[in-house]
Design a protein around this ligand. Structure first.
Ligand code: FAD
Ligand code: MLT
Ligand code: ZN
Length: 468
């Protein structure tokens, strides 16, 4: 679609759509001005953008149902959007898409249900942020099991839709494991799901599992019943310099085997450490001399976990240098060198992002492949990620030939038994490479499920599978 200027009157189908949506949610929640739509039309990295006829912001599940019913009746496609921090282009309109689209924002779905301490569960609106989930849980003495740097904007609905990961997966698993129930709306306006949160139920297809990772292509989640975990108030954090990735993996093995309070085992490679240090104007807390990799370890427990961690680090021959800190400003300073890498990369340019995972023992081989590919095709590699899951974010700044890099790196990843998307999803970014990790029968199964739930193709066309 060609963007409409702010002053252009809405006509024809778009006028009918805007009128219909206004009847449902009220004029203040149907955004049509180009300036206002603009932030919803471009993704966080600025790589993906398109144009929409309007942004609509339903305030309840009933309004969401009426909105989707209206879109389907008018043959308008709907792009679900939460915090718009997604990194694969799935939450913004497609550029050059033939049919008009609306962005359906969940940001008004911010209800915070009471914390059920006995069940260790809470019901939240899909537009609640990860930070609000954490704060709400902590006010009741519990905690949220999912955390990552986009916590102040990323929403519950977006995290479910992408099966988000983050730093605590080593302890609690991905978002999929946290969803005890959900409520969602199909393209025809039907409301499905349950928020009762029963830990045991075996009555056929498990909707939270089906929708986790479905990237807004099957239904729009409006609320979720989520697991809570103990709030471990005593923490110790270490940034550890090691010679190379193989030593990082050896250290990971030691930690897993002995440290019960392990909360995060993250990976920062020298290029990322240098970039973030320059971006924040601060010196890294560990010496980089001779270091080929840095491992950031977080331990959290009810009782001080310091001895547990320092005993392992003291015995580990791989440790070249380590900065170890408990709560307070020193810990905050240390965490900057992991938390602000994505921001530092974005400040340096529009990155080409490959979020991949391989069996941990093959990480060094993967990095060699990536370096060779980028040497051939141009670009600057900034790698970092989640060591415990063998998940590396290969960020390429100024890529010469991104498609050639993706062909080579993703091909190698698949050959190593890895995945082309560990936690960000497929979006529109990875659809050309889905065949590397899904068989024709599996792709046909995904299409059949999509067709069964969204026969009109209203929801997020082009995401997960090329638009037909
Ligand atoms: P959006 O970006 O709005 O949407 C993402 C996808 O979900 C789109 O396909 C959209 O259509 C769909 N969607 C959104 N809401 C709904 C809904 N209610 N129902 C159905 N579909 C919906 N991700 C990680 O996994 N781990 C990380 O460590 C991590 N770190 C990040 C750090 C930074 C600084 C940034 C910018 C991003 C990071 N991300 C990370 C990526 C991103 O934050 C996650 O993918 C997050 O889950 C997206 O949530 P969102 O609300 O912003 O979703
Ligand atoms: C992270 O782990 O910080 C992210 O997933 C974000 C990114 O890949 O840039
Ligand atoms: Zn990540």
């Amino acid at each position: 679609m060609t963007p409409r200027p702010a002053t252009e009157p809405v006509t024809g189908l778009v006028a009918e759509l805007v009128g219909g949506l206004t009847d449902i949610v009220g004029a203040e929640h149907v955004l049509v001005d180009a300036d206002v739509r603009a932030t919803y039309e471009v993704d966080w990295t600025r790589r993906y953008r398109g144009s929409c006829a309007a942004v609509v912001r339903p305030g309840s599940t009933a309004e969401m149902a009426a909105v989707l019913r209206r879109c389907t009746e008018l043959d308008i496609t709907a792009v679900p959007q939460g915090g718009n921090t997604g990194l694969v282009g799935g939450g913004v309109p497609r550029s050059g898409a033939g049919a008009p689209a609306v962005v359906v924002s969940t940001l008004r779905l911010t209800s915070l249900g009471p914390v059920d301490v006995g069940a260790a569960q809470v019901t939240l609106g899909a537009g609640v942020t990860l930070a609000a989930w954490r704060d709400h849980a902590r006010a009741a003495g519990l905690d949220a099991p999912i955390d990552f740097a986009a916590r102040d904007s990323a929403t519950i609905g977006g995290a479910i839709a992408t099966n988000a990961g983050g730093s605590r997966v080593v302890r609690f698993g991905t978002m999929r494991q946290q969803v005890m129930g959900l409520e969602a709306v199909l393209a025809d306006g039907s409301v499905i799901g349950s928020l009762s949160g029963l830990p045991k139920e075996t009555v056929g297809i498990h909707l939270p599992s089906l929708l986790s990772g479905s990237e807004g292509t099957l239904a729009i989640v409006t609320a979720a019943r989520l697991r809570l975990v103990p709030w471990y108030r005593r923490t110790i954090t270490a940034m550890i310099a090691v010679a190379d990735l193989d030593d990082a993996v050896t250290l990971l093995g030691r930690l897993r085997g002995t440290v019960g309070s392990l909360d995060a085992v993250e990976l920062v490679l020298p290029e990322a450490l240098e970039l973030v240090a320059a971006h924040v104007g601060s010196t890294p807390p560990v010496s980089a001399t001779g270091a080929g990799a840095f491992v950031l370890v977080d331990c959290a427990a009810h009782d001080d976990p310091s001895d547990e961690l320092t005993a392992v680090l003291g015995d580990a021959a791989e440790v070249l240098d380590a900065a170890v800190t408990t709560e307070g400003p020193a810990r905050e300073h240390l965490l900057i060198f992991r938390d602000r890498i994505t921001e530092a990369i974005n400040a340096a340019g529009v990155p080409f992002k490959l979020d991949v995972a391989v069996p941990v023992g093959r990480l060094a081989e993967l990095l060699e492949v990536a370096h060779r590919s980028i040497d051939r095709h141009g670009g600057r590699l900034v790698p970092f990620g989640h060591l415990a899951e063998g998940n590396v974010h290969l960020n390429v700044l100024d890529p010469g030939d991104p498609t050639a890099i993706a062909d080579e790196v993703l091909g190698a990843v698949a050959a190593m038994g890895g995945t082309i998307s560990a936690e960000h999803g497929v979006g529109i970014a990875k659809t050309p490479w889905l065949h590397l990790v899904r068989t024709p029968a599996e792709l046909a199964t995904m299409s059949a499920v999509k067709h069964a739930l969204d026969p009109t193709g209203t929801l997020n066309p082009g995401v997960l599978q090329p638009a037909t």
